[in-house]
Design a protein around this ligand. Structure first.
Ligand code: WQD
Length: 337
C-alpha cells in the first residue's frame, strides 16, 4: 500500500517513514527542503534498506499538488507533517505561517475529497490547549485562544479538517503531540535544528558537545516544585509508531467517528531542571546553565492524559526521559564526529 508523507524528510516525518516501511508500506515523500535536506533520505535507507519515492515540491503550489495526486492516484493514506513550526518565527512573520500551514492543507484536502475514500492523519500539537486548567491534559480539555500564529494554524487546521470530513468521504485522525525529542537508536536520523535551537533538548545536546557555552533556563519562578516549567517529553520513535497505528486504524475502518483526536505523550511531566539532571546522568557531562528571565509565551505546565491513546488506539509510549535523552546525545555525538 502506498502512503504519502508530507514533510517526510523532517524530524518526526523521517522517523515515521522508517516505521511505515517497517510495516511494509510503500512511502512517497513530499518535502520542499525548507527545513530538511535530502541527506535524510540516506539515513532512512541506511535503517530500512528501502528507498522511498521522494518528490521535492512546495505544497503552496496548487497545480503541483493537483498533478501529484493525478500521478499518485493509488495513495491509501496521507500523513501531513509539512508545516512551519517555530513559535517565535510565527509571531514575527504570521503570513508565512498562515499561507504555508493553511494553504497547503486546503490544497491537499481539495484533492482528497475527490477520491472515493481518503484517510488523513494530521500533525497537531498540545499547543492548541494553551495553559490547560487541569493536569494531565485530556482531549476534552477546552482549547484556549492560541498564543501564537503557529498555534492558531494548528487550531484552524483541526477545524478545517473537521468541517471538511463532515461533508466528504475523508476520514481523519488528529494527533496532538506533546514535546517530541530524541533520535532513532541507530543514530542514522534525528533532529537537525537550523541555526540556534529554539527547543530545549537540541540546545542541551549542543551545549553538552561544546557548540554552545551554556544553556539559558527561561525562568525558575514558575508555580512548580522546582520553579521551572514542566513538559511531556515523548521519544520521536514512539511518536512515529503512533502515526502508523492511527493510519492502520483508518485503513481498516476501525475509527468510531469521521474525525478522532488523540493526545500523544508519555503521561509524565518533567521540569527543565529534571531534564538537565537526567542529561548529566546519561551523558556523564556537567551541563553549564544559568537561570534567566521567562520566555514570552511559555506556559507553566503541560503533560498528557494518554488513556484514550492507550485504550482506543492501542498505543503506549515505551521510552523514558532517560532513554530519549541518551538517544538525543548519541545523535549529537554522531553528527558532530
Ligand atoms: C521546553 C521548555 C522552555 C529552550 C514548543 C512548541 C510546541 C512544539 C514543541 C511544535 C520550556 C524551556 C527551552 C531553552 C529553556 N513544537 N527552555 N531554555 O515551548 O514546550 O514547545 O516545541 O509542535 O508546539 O510550542 O518546547 O523545547 O522550546 O521548551 O529553558 O534554551 O524548556 O522555557 O519550559 P515548548 P521547548
Amino acid at each position: 500500500m502506498k502512503v504519502l508523507v508530507t514533510g517526510g524528510l523532517g524530524f518526526i516525518g523521517s522517523h515515521t517513514v522508517v516505521e511505515l516501511q517497517n510495516e511494509g508500506f510503500e512511502v512517497v515523500i513530499i518535502d520542499n527542503l525548507s527545513n530538511s535536506s535530502e541527506e535524510v533520505l540516506k539515513g532512512i535507507v541506511a535503517i530500512t534498506g528501502k528507498t522511498p519515492i521522494f518528490e521535492k515540491m512546495d505544497l503552496r503550489e496548487k497545480p503541483a499538488v493537483q498533478n501529484f495526486f493525478k500521478k499518485h492516484h493509488d495513495i491509501a493514506g496521507v500523513i501531513h507533517f509539512a508545516a512551519s513550526k517555530a513559535v517565535g518565527e510565527s509571531v514575527e512573520n504570521p503570513l508565512l505561517y498562515y499561507e504555508n500551514n493553511i494553504s497547503s492543507l486546503v490544497y491537499i484536502l481539495q484533492e482528497l475529497q475527490q477520491k472515493p475514500e481518503a484517510n488523513f492523519i494530521f500533525s497537531s500539537s498540545c499547543t492548541v490547549y494553551g495553559q490547560a486548567e487541569k493536569m494531565p491534559i485530556t482531549e476534552e480539555a477546552p482549547l484556549q485562544k492560541a498564543l501564537s500564529p503557529y498555534g492558531a494554524t494548528k487550531q484552524m487546521g483541526e477545524d478545517i479538517i473537521t468541517d471538511v470530513a463532515k461533508v466528504t468521504n475523508i476520514n481523519a485522525i488528529l494527533l496532538r503531540y506533546f514535546n517530541p525529542v530524541g533520535a532513532h537508536p541507530s543514530a542514522e536520523i534525528g533532529e537537525l535544528p537550523i541555526g540556534v535551537p529554539q527547543n530545549l533538548i537540541p540546545f542541551i545536546t549542543q551545549t553538552g558537545i561544546g557548540m554552545r557555552a551554556e544553556l539559558a533556563v527561561y525562568g525558575d519562578d514558575y508555580p512548580t516544585p522546582d520553579g521551572t516549567c514542566i513538559r511531556d517529553y515523548i521519544h520521536v520513535v514512539d511518536l512515529a509508531k503512533a502515526h502508523v497505528v492511527a493510519l492502520q486504524r483508518l485503513i481498516n475502518k476501525k475509527n468510531a467517528t469521521k474525525v478522532e483526536i488523540f493526545n500523544l505523550g508519555t503521561g509524565t511531566g518533567s521540569s527543565v531542571l529534571e531534564v538537565i539532571n537526567t542529561f548529566e546522568k546519561v551523558s556523564g557531562k556537567k551541563l553549564p546553565y544559568k537561570i534567566v528571565s521567562r520566555r514570552e509565551g511559555d506556559i507553566t505546565s503541560a503533560y498528557a492524559n494518554t488513556d484514550r491513546a492507550n485504550t482506543v488506539l492501542g498505543w503506549k509510549a515505551q521510552s523514558t526521559l532517560e532513554h530519549s535523552l541518551s538517544s538525543a546525545w548519541k545523535w549529537e555525538q554522531k553528527i558532530r564526529s
